[in-house]
Design a protein around this ligand. Sequence first.
Ligand SMILES: [Zn+2]
Length: 85
Amino acid sequence: MTAADDPALAATYLWFERHSGWAPPDEDTLADWVADGVCRCPDDCLVATDGTCAHGLATWWRVLVDLEDGGPGARRTPTARPKKT
Ligand SMILES: [Zn+2]
């Protein structure tokens, strides 16, 4: 899914523009969440790894997968954990 065809990702990028004080989780934190099948959203909601919170925001995992694949609008099937090497 992408920001172009995923309303949650689009809403999340909009949220980034309107809020300050947020920061992506570090790799270990993200790995812990994913291992538990959950992930935080930028507004701190805890939902399923590939989920959307009650406020319509995509999880950090979804955001980071999207960004790692070339930024907003890039396409990638969210099946693998984001991995920085
Ligand atoms: Zn939320």
